[in-house]
Design a binder for this molecule. Structure first.
Ligand code: FES
Length: 106
């Protein structure tokens, strides 16, 4: 088992265990990481699970599909490495991964 670090907008870090097969959104919620609302429950329909993947970990996160990209277009704090955390499934290759939380979810 590895770990992923979620970094809040103010720099506070949360180290959580990688639970393979779960979405990063679910892992964050299950571990009480603040800053992810996930209003739609992971259906790629709300955009309130926005995270910014650390640039070194973009490849490990995989590619966003068309639906996710469309949702991200509506995200005010979108960056080139923005993703919806409900659309990223945790895998063993994510041990050590760092993701950042935006200041606000839309
Ligand atoms: S939880 Fe709604 S888009 Fe991810």
């Amino acid at each position: 088992m590895g770990s992923i670090t979620f970094v809040e907008h103010d720099g506070k870090q949360h180290l959580v265990e990688v639970e393979v097969g779960k979405s990063l959104m679910q892992i964050a919620m299950d571990n009480g990481v603040p800053g992810i609302d996930a209003d739609c429950g992971g259906a790629c329909a709300c955009g309130t699970c926005h995270i910014i993947v650390d640039s070194k970990w973009v490849n490990a996160a995989g590619n966003a599909n068309q639906e996710e990209l469309q949702m991200l277009e509506m995200t005010p704090e979108k960056t080139p490495t923005s993703r919806l955390s409900c659309q990223i499934k945790a895998s063993d290759s994510m041990d050590g991964m760092v993701v950042h939380l935006p200041e606000f979810q839309m």
